[in-house]
Unconditional design. Structure first.
Length: 234
């Protein structure tokens, strides 16, 4: 005898569909509840991120803390090193002393100059009150006459020459004259007729009126290897 299984299969299919819908609804409800709970948690908990104002305030707090530490360190260093503090004070006192001394010197110089001017005025007043000395006679103030006498052994019209050479050739005499000119000495060529020897050309430097001049020129000639002979003409 055959059985009808068609109705039983549809009934089982309808039950499974209803269970799946219930599971979906429950999962959706749990998801919504979880989302709402997370939102409440985030709103109530403090934010892990800082705002711009909070960051700026925090930086200022750090700077103030560092500044206070530096001030405390410098204060403790100055207190722990009294020698440096004393040295600094000594330097200030030294500069003050120098300034005071400079002012005192200036005042002293001013007073000394005033006293000097006052003394000069007093001397001028005394000089005006004193009588003027009498003028000396003309014979007393006239200069003594200068003696015109020359040293002994020197005539009134003596002239000195230095003869530096004597040549039979006129060109040789001119060459020596030119050499003397290079030394700054003025020379002349004088001819002399000798009966037995003919004509000779003498090179002479001068004339000189003082023996001292002759000596100076003679030294110059010797230094340049030139021999000279002193000749005096009256």
């Amino acid at each position: 005898m055959s059985r009808d299984y068609k109705a039983r299969k549809s009934k089982t299919s309808n039950g499974s569909k209803g269970g799946m819908l219930v599971g979906i609804f429950i999962g959706y409800a749990l998801g919504v509840a979880s989302a709402i709970g997370m939102w409440f948690y985030l709103e109530s908990a403090p934010s892990p991120f800082l705002s711009t104002e909070q960051i700026s305030a925090f930086d200022q707090s750090l700077e103030q803390t560092d500044k206070n530490k530096r001030n405390e360190g410098e204060g403790s260093k100055s207190d722990s090193n009294p020698a440096a503090k004393m040295e600094q004070k000594t330097q200030f006192d030294f500069y003050n002393i120098l300034s005071n001394e400079k002012t005192d010197i200036f005042d002293f110089e001013t007073l000394r100059q005033a006293e000097k001017n006052k003394s000069q005025e007093q001397r001028d007043d005394v000089a005006k009150l004193q009588p003027q000395p009498q003028t000396q006679s003309q014979s007393m103030i006239s200069p003594a006459p200068v003696s015109q006498n020359r040293p002994s052994g020197q005539g009134a019209s003596d002239n000195y020459y230095l003869q530096v050479g004597s040549f039979r050739n006129h060109n040789e005499a001119d060459n020596l004259k030119a050499r003397l000119a290079l030394l700054g000495l003025i020379a002349s060529v004088q001819s002399a007729d000798l009966a037995e020897k003919g004509t000779w050309y003498r090179v002479r430097v001068g004339p000189f009126s003082q023996k001292a001049q002759v000596d100076n020129v003679h030294v110059t000639l010797r230094e340049n290897g030139i021999d000279a002979q002193l000749i005096r003409i009256r």
